[in-house]
Design a protein around this ligand. Sequence first.
Ligand SMILES: [Ca+2]
Ligand SMILES: [Ca+2]
Length: 579
Amino acid sequence: MPQSFTRFRFVKMLFRALPVSMVLISLAGHASVVALWNFNSPVPDGNETTGTLSPAIGAGVAVVLGGVTGTYTIPNGSSDPDTVDNSNWRITTWPAQSTQNKQNGVRFNVPTVGWSNLRLLWDLRNSNTASKYTRLQYTTNGIDFRDLQLVTMPFETWKNGQTASFVGVAGVENNPRFAFRFVTEFESTATGSGLSGYVTCNPTNVYGSAGTLRFDMVTLTGDPTVQSVSVLTYNVLGRDVPDWTTNSLQVQAIGRQLRYLKPDVIGFQEIPETNSNYLLMTNFVAAYLPDYFLGTGPRTDGGERSVVASRFPIIRSQSWLGRSDISAFGYAGVYTRDLFEAQIAVPGFDQPLHFFTTHLKAHPDQDSATRRGAEARAVSNFFTRVFLPANSLHPYVLVGDMNEDIYRPREFELDAINTMANKATGLAVTSPRNPFTGDERTWSIQNPSPTIRFDYVLPCSLLYENITSSQVFRSDRVTPLISPLQAGDSAAASDHMPVTMTFRNPYERPFSITRIERTNNAVKVTWGSVPGGRYRLEGASNLVSWAAVMNNITASGSEYTCQITNSDRPRFVRVAKDD
Ligand SMILES: [Ca+2]
Ligand SMILES: [Ca+2]
């Protein structure tokens, strides 16, 4: 749906005019945060000299350039609203006078896949002896930088909310290699005249390498260009396969299907351990899913690994339960492989997506079925005891080869699917079907007809409510066949068929103020919200000049109530989706 449609804001007059009449205002799309660095410790520790270079929102990498060094200090005046543990990134050890022009400073890599209309904001404070001139540069290939804008700084004064626009700058949008950097610059190149060296922010001081630049709230914003995310699960029958190069006919058949389906996030099971073939997934991605991000799990049972490929940046990945003792869950042994997680920054999502893939124990014999049931209980325990307490407002989905058919139970089986997908874990059972055969079974495409379902996409309830399509894919039923996809690709690739599912962005939906309650001292404003959705409450005395009353609101349920006390009660309020 068009961006502007979902960014409607609803306005209500608060007092003297009750019953209120609602005014609907349509505004141009409000930019979202692509990545934000506030340099504060993710878990506040009350110590400003500890912080992080990981972005507080989104995905990206921050590094120092040249010979400079970075530490964390208290900002005392940046725009960061954090009052508990607020750090800035303090850069020093600058080059000697008249050396290394535009080579020292800080660099931020921010993949812009799925984003347009990019703009940058930042806070900066320079010391007396630091370079007065800094150049903002950008790269579209990850290597070569071009000048964008000159930054001219006063001394010992925060200049907050500085801005630069990449709108209309070729190559910046939708680019996994995009990066920008701030580098200190000679007066001569900065201004076209003057000293072939650094001039100081404070003209009464002498330039010195001990000068400091202090950054805070470095924020890249943009408009998301995607309204949905598609996932795919695929057991690629890679166990013990000696050749995993792109010369392999099997690997080529896998690649052609994925290039045809173009899923945003793929969970692979059975990427071969043999010959360290999992390392060749880099070549696979380059050939069939250019510029996708890869997350590779650790060694599991010696035969295979879990791998996730994503069009959108993988913020972090983590292997859970790998070869862990599952005797507490009913089997004297270990979890056969692992539960592999990739945390992904999906453009326009208010919260990161946690994508999990697993491959439960195979085979129908009693020992294997018992082990599989225990593995399912370990997965259930992980979601209820480990994942949800920390991430209850984040969307998540579990995919994988579960080696069990929810509708065709075999002897000894312990209902692994419903053990994992239930109210406690928040995961929902789905049953994608092949659009041509109507069949939901996924094994085996290499037999005359499939006999059983092993492969699942189990989304959390928020994603479940936003499913737009799904299918069990088989290339032999695709008509018309679009080159280079071949009818025999599914059977040449694996015994399993890939299963896909697409979810619309659950946070982008129209909402409205549903209730306003007044008491003598306060007004309560309630609106329909998405759990985990981010909102901002604004107020005005007229319908022209709006100011934030409350920022950074994260809703925890399907409605949110915000209380405004009498002293700061505006005449009108409106609610917006936050950045
Ligand atoms: Ca900060
Ligand atoms: Ca800290």
